[in-house]
Design a binder for this molecule. Structure first.
Ligand SMILES: Nc1ncnc2c1ncn2[C@@H]1O[C@H](COP(=O)(O)OP(=O)(O)OP(=O)(O)O)[C@@H](O)[C@H]1O
Ligand SMILES: [Mg+2]
Length: 241
């Protein structure tokens, strides 16, 4: 099967303007391929650039050089120079993202946070709510919390809302940044089940999992991010990032 996503010779660095223009090279010549129905797990030490890669794929960070392509039946789409307005439909329909922490919006209830990706596509509200409740119930979020805004929820409760929101959209590509980090064993197992179901639907996933047990259950392949390739700190005052 052909790749859904290809990343070629990707480079990324940050210029720390508050630190006298210190240039931090985070990624050097990274390439990868991801197919439908496969889960590729990023491995490597803390700070090597795993989350940075996911943020580049989601359009939160710009690449310095290199190519990120999604392959559709009518041809490839290059993401590194995609205009800002094109990101909204792409995130709505193609790329889902479970970030490490939930972004909480005041006064929006947990169930509404989860429903939102379906409503954005014009789904029926009753249908969206039913799907959201099914996911929250699978992830053992107590029913008394469903109508409350998640701002005061515990870390693990917020993360389960985040996971439900990420999986409800059934995007063809799903980015997972440590979705199980603050979960107990029962909920970790539920996330593993959600990942297996997504694979069966043909979802391509790129994930970060520190938990060895979860990793071994979900990973089809591991991509070790190597210090030699990935990290180098240099000092180039004024260099653009
Ligand atoms: N917006 C930013 N500005 C400056 N430096 C950044 C920025 N985002 C990330 N970095 C730096 O890039 C490097 C990689 O960070 P990243 O968050 O991708 O690491 P990680 O591999 O996900 O680590 P962890 O396992 O701890 O989550 C770090 O040194 C970090 O300080
Ligand atoms: Mg990270």
């Amino acid at each position: 099967m052909n790749a859904l996503l290809t990343v070629e010779n990707l480079h990324k660095g940050f210029v720390l303007h508050g630190q006298g223009g210190t240039a931090l090279e985070v990624m050097h010549d990274l390439s990868l391929e991801l197919r439908a129905g496969e889960c590729l797990v990023l491995a490597g030490r803390s700070g090597i650039g795993k989350s940075t890669l996911l943020k580049m794929l989601y359009g939160n960070y710009l690449a310095r050089r290199g190519s990120i392509r999604l392959h559709f039946s009518d041809g490839p789409l290059e993401l590194t120079d995609l205009p800002a307005h094109a990101w909204h439909p792409l995130r709505r329909d193609v790329i889902g993202y479970v970030s490490q922490f939930l972004r909480v919006v005041p006064r929006v209830s947990a169930v509404e946070v989860v429903m939102e990706p379906l409503l954005a596509r014009g789904a029926d509200a009753w249908d969206a709510r039913t799907k959201a409740e099914t996911l929250l119930s699978r992830l053992n979020l107590p029913e008394r919390l469903w109508q409350l805004p998640p701002g005061t929820f515990s870390g693990g409760e917020q993360q389960r809302v985040n996971i439900a929101r990420g999986f409800i959209g059934e995007h063809p590509l799903l980015l997972l940044d440590e979705p199980t980090a603050s979960l107990d064993a029962a909920n970790r197992a539920e996330v593993v089940a959600l990942i297996h179901e997504a694979k069966a639907r043909g979802t391509a996933m790129l994930g970060i999992f520190h938990d060895e047990d979860v990793r071994s259950q979900v990973a089809d392949r591991l991509l070790p991010l190597d210090d030699h390739l990935m990290a180098k700190t240099t000092h180039f005052p004024g260099q653009p990032s």
